[in-house]
Design a protein around this ligand. Structure first.
Ligand SMILES: [Zn+2]
Length: 88
């Protein structure tokens, strides 16, 4: 496990930590000036919503950090929810 940098906003940091607790992977945005980082879904499957919805950018300074944090949590929850539901 590599050490991740901490997000300056505590709400977003909490959301990122939450995503990590669900096995999501943090990726440093590197060259991107806008994004702080990215979160990737642990399930790399087509029946998951990966590729589009299961990758999310984390902004360094969103206009509304609380909303952005909520959005991150929602994306994570959606994926996990789907995962649980797909027991057909
Ligand atoms: Zn997913």
């Amino acid at each position: 496990m590599s050490k991740r940098k901490k997000h300056p906003d505590k709400d977003i940091e909490a959301a990122v930590a939450y995503a990590e607790s669900k096995k999501w992977t943090f990726k440093d945005a590197g060259k991107s000036a806008h994004a702080w980082g990215m979160l990737k879904c642990p399930k790399n499957k087509k029946d998951c919503r990966c590729g589009e919805f299961c990758i999310t950018s984390i902004w360094s300074t969103p206009k509304n950090p609380k909303n952005h944090a909520k959005q991150i949590v929602r994306i994570v929850d959606n994926c996990i929810y789907k995962d649980k539901e797909s027991g057909n």
